[in-house]
Design a protein around this ligand. Sequence first.
Ligand code: SF4
Ligand code: SF4
Ligand code: SF4
Length: 264
Amino acid sequence: MSTPTVHSIKPRVAVHKFSSCDGCQLAFLNLGEELLVLAERVELVHFAEAGALDPDTEVDVAFVEGSLSTPEDIERIQHIRQHCRMLIAIGACATSGGIQALRNSANGAEWVAQIYSHPDAISSLERSTPIASQVKVDFELWGCPVSSSQILAVVNSLLLGVAPHDNADKVCTECKRRNLTCVMVSHGVACMGPVTRAGCGALCPSMGRDCYGCYGPAENTNTDALAAQFRALGLTPQAIVQRFQSINSQAPVFLAAANKVKTR
Ligand code: SF4
Ligand code: SF4
Ligand code: SF4
């Protein structure tokens, strides 16, 4: 993805929310002292969760959290795209449709009818889709949630006028760098690390548990080999499908891997 850079002395920044849990916006708020430094270097014109409200003003950079799930979402994302120079999608909801995209493979209307006493009051699209399905996205930060250090690295790159670094390597590489014990090799636990994008610092393996793929697909994945490994560990085809169909169920690589297991 070729990414434009920002050259304004003090770039104007907005943080927008779509269908999401707000967890990725918290990655900004959790920056702590760094947030104060950031506030000196950028002009935060819209960030509802932090108090700044001005969603319609032109900005240099728009960070967008959440998936597109309602007819209003489609109109709003187009408006945002027309009023920003650079759009950055943050988190699994914005990059792959998120956990709510599990409805894409189900009967969404049936689910709504089961949950809400007045389903007619719910106006949602049949599918939950990533931001890039409707507008041009300049850079994507994967993760559920993205980490504060990732956010900071992107903002610093933009302030320096260079394209943000896209780390599409695998979680296994972070495991190795940290000298962590491999839970799959040592404990026979089905781990998604070999096909999942790095960025979290191998958080789950560092706690002795498996990666469940929340950072989405890495580059050059071999999902066939991982599915075969999961079979060797005793997982049923349904369990393997569920490993690929989780937070990033609509990411094309994971969707194709799940469909392949289903048709075997
Ligand atoms: S990607 Fe995860 S943490 Fe971020 S908004 Fe979506 S559900 Fe929340
Ligand atoms: S624990 Fe998971 S992420 Fe770490 S090396 Fe093993 S398979 Fe890879
Ligand atoms: S190890 Fe996997 S599931 Fe855990 S935070 Fe990292 S990418 Fe997400």
